[in-house]
Design a protein around this ligand. Sequence first.
Ligand code: SAH
Length: 469
Amino acid sequence: MSHYPIFADLNRRPVLLVGAGHVAERKAESLIQAGAQVRVAAAALSPRFETWRQQNRIEWLGISFQTAFLDGVFLVIAATDDAALNRSVFEAAEARGIFCNTVDTLDLCSFIVPAVIDRSPIKIAVSSGGTAPVLARYWRQAIETLVPLHTGTMAEIAGEWRSRVKKAVRTMPERRRFWENLFASRFSTFVAQGNRAAAEAELSARLANLDTPRGEVVLVGAGPGDAGLLTIHALQAIQAADVVLYDALVSDEILAMVRKDADKISVGKRAGAHHVQQEATNRLLVQYAQEGKRVVRLKGGDPFVFGRGGEEAQVLAEAGIPYRIVPGITAALGATAYAGIPLTHRDCAQSALFITGHSRHDGSEPDWRTLALSHQTLVVYMGTLKAADIAAKLIEYGRSADTPVAVVSNGTLAHQSVQTGRLKDLPHMAAHAPRPALMVIGEVVALREELRWFADSEPALEMAQIHAA
Ligand code: SAH
C-alpha cells in the first residue's frame, strides 16, 4: 500500500478528537493551528485542554466517545491509551466513510500525519508511510537545516507578485525560469537579511528588464576538502548554479554535489602561468554573468584567504555585476583541527599568523623578526617549496631550532597525512609531503600527541629518516 499525499483545508471544519491526555494535546495543537473546530470526546480534560476550553479554542463534549459524535465531522483522531476504545472509534468512522487516524496504530488509520517542516506558507511533509516514523523524523531534521527560515517570506512575496509576473512573462517555461532565477539570486539574500524593500526592488527590476539578462556571481569557499565542512550557503549556491568555475583544490566529493546540469569548468592553475590563468578566469566570470547565468566561482578553503577572491570581486564590482561572497573554512582552520593541533592555547600560543610561502612581487622580505617570535603559531600556505629558506630565516631571527612543526597534507580528507618534527627538520619533511600541504610551526604542534583524533596516517618510514638525519 502506498499513501496518497494531500494537504487538507481544515479551517472551520469540525474534527473529532477522542482523548484528552498528553498525546491528544499534540494533536489538538496542530488542529487548532490549522483553524479546525476541535471537538474533544473525553470524560476529563488535562489542564492544557482545560485552558483551551476556557479560551474557546476547543469544544468539550463532556463524556467519552459516542458514535453520534461522528455526525458532521470531517476527520476523527483516536488518541486514547485504551486500545479497545481506539478500535471502536476507527470501526465506527470506517462504517461512515470518515477519515480516521489512530495514534501509533497503523492498521487503525485511514490517514496518517507526516512529519512537517513548516516555513509557512511553504510546508514540506515527510512520511515513511507509517513504517519508520523515526526515519521520517530524521529526514525532517536533515531537511529542516537545508530549508532557510526565510523561505516562507520568499513565498509570501512571490504570492503577492504572482499575477503581475503572469501578465509580464507570457509562457509557462519562461515564468518558471524567471522564478528560478529570482529565487537563486541575491533576492533571497535580501529576504534573509530582512530587507524586504531591496528584495522587492530586485524583483521589480528583473520584471522591468526581462530582455536584459541579469546574471550574478557567487564567490564560494568550498573549505579544505571534507564535503561535510561546506556551509549551507555554499551547498545552496552550488546546487543553484548554471556554471561553476572551480580550482584544482576543490575535492571530487564536493564537485559531485554541484547541480547535475551545471557546466563545470576547471580553471586550475598551472605552475608558471598564474597571471594569464587569472585574467582568463576574470574574463569568464564577467562573460557568463553578462549572459545572464548564475555563476559560482568555487574555491578551495576561503575565497578571501590567499585565494584571489579579493581580486575577482574587484573585477566584478568594476563591471557592475552583482556578486555575493560565501566564506569557507580556510585550510589553516580545517587542516589543524583534523590534525589535532589547536591554533592557540593558553599555555603556549596567544596568537596565530597565516602567511604565504610565496615571495612578494617586489622581492621585498617579510618581517622575519616578528615571524620568529615565540608563543605564536605560524601557519604557512603554499610554503613547501620554500621550507628550507623559511626554517633557516626563522632560526636565524631567534626561533628555536627545536620548535615543534607539522606538515599536514590533504588536510580533512580521508587520505590526510601528517608529519611532525622540529623546525630544523622542516625542509626534509616538506620535501616528502604530498600536496596540498600546510606547514604549522609552534609549540601547539606538540599537543597533537594528546589530541590526535582523526584517523590519518603518519608516514613512519619518512619519520624515521628525518630523525636519523
Ligand atoms: N583559499 C585557500 C588557500 C589557497 S592557497 C584556503 O583558504 O584554504 C593554496 C594552499 O592552501 C596550498 O598550497 C596549501 O598550503 C593550502 N591548502 C589548501 N587546502 C589544503 C588542504 N586540504 N590540506 C593542506 N593544505 C591545504
